[in-house]
Design a protein around this ligand. Structure first.
Ligand code: PMP
Length: 322
């Protein structure tokens, strides 16, 4: 779907996957006015297909657009575009289990020009790819690196938007994590470098017995849809679920004294991933016994059962396509 100043959204089309040709002076290539989303379509037990909370993705896409001075795509159009692609690619929706069809809606400036200003032309596209189970051989805890040299987002910045530049800026920290033998980066706040924010592509949860806590939305972390869903699912299962503030010192101390029983990360791609060990320039510890925890695995199952249609959709989160 195209957007042009003065004309709005126009010329929606469904076309076979193919490369785009682009002018070298395309504004996105220079100034990164670009946003994206990620969501999954799951085969349901009766053979139909459904997406999980596409309205929430559509609304986050609008919030990202506002932050990046881009036009807001109406939520109905966002969902209609995803639905049309899934229907076209129905044969690519995997049959069962945790496998899904991953959808990547995105929008970028399609105008040509070298002046720095909001563009007047944009292109919204959705592409899809089958995604296997994130852990085909069983859930494996990840090791994390606490990034003290780099920050992902600052107050007033673009941290709460799903925009390409955030990810580009994070790559050097991801490489640093890998050089220390860690799978993922944990981002800390930009001012004191001690408040836990989120992971590279996932939000974090801290399990204190039957109370689970996730870092509050400070404006510099992405409001994850999985994070939001788990606040509700955890309460449904009888846990206390809340937003709070946790420092790296709290994490280390509460792990040592045994009150912090589990830590996990959550997001569309991995659903829920246990955190097994933590490293930084100054510290190195095993989270709990380093194995996937009971609460983590219970929440993982509850969320996947809902997404794959094995439990009732009590909150009206599933969007059936027939
Ligand atoms: N934080 C970041 C930086 C992300 O890229 C993602 C993935 N979209 C998340 C958190 C998790 O968000 P969601 O649960 O909506 O996938």
């Amino acid at each position: 779907i195209k957007w042009t100043e003065g004309r709005g959204w126009h010329d929606a089309e469904l076309v076979p996957y193919a490369p785009l040709s682009m002018d070298p002076a395309n504004m996105t290539l220079h100034y990164a006015q670009t946003i994206f989303e990620g969501l999954k379509a799951y085969k349901q037990p009766d053979g139909t297909v459904a997406t999980f909370r596409p309205q929430a993705n559509a609304e986050r896409f609008q919030a990202s657009a506002r932050r990046m001075a881009m036009p807001e795509l109406p939520a109905e159009l966002f969902i209609e575009a995803c639905d049309a692609l899934i229907k076209q690619d129905r044969a690519w929706v995997p049959d069962s289990g945790e496998a899904s069809l991953y959808l990547r809606p995105f929008m970028f400036a399609s105008e040509v020009g070298l002046g720095v200003r909001p563009a007047n032309e944009f292109l919204f596209i959705v592409i899809a790819s089958p995604a296997g189970a994130y852990f085909p051989g069983g859930v494996q805890p990840v090791s994390v690196w606490l990034s003290e040299d780099y920050v992902r987002a600052v107050k007033g910045g673009t941290g709460a938007a799903k925009t390409g530049g955030n990810y580009a800026a994070s790559l050097v920290a991801q490489a640093q994590a890998a050089s220390h033998g860690c799978d993922q980066v944990v981002w800390l706040d930009a001012v004191e470098h001690r408040w836990i924010e989120e992971m590279g592509g996932m939000n974090l949860y801290f399990v204190y017995g039957d109370r689970i806590v996730t870092p509050e939305l400070t404006g510099s972390l992405l409001p994850g849809i999985t994070r939001d869903s788990l606040l509700t699912i955890a309460r449904d299962l009888g846990y206390t679920a809340e937003e709070g503030r946790i420092t790296t010192e709290d994490w280390k101390r509460d792990n040592e004294n045994g009150t912090l029983t589990e830590v996990f990360a959550c997001g569309t791609a991995a659903v829920i991933t246990p955190v097994g060990s933590v490293k930084s320039e100054r510290a190195n510890w095993t989270q709990g016994d380093g194995l996937p925890g009971e609460v983590t695995m219970k929440l993982r199952k509850a969320l996947l059962d809902l997404q794959t249609g094995h439990t009732a959709d009590a909150h009206g989160w599933m969007h059936p396509l027939g």
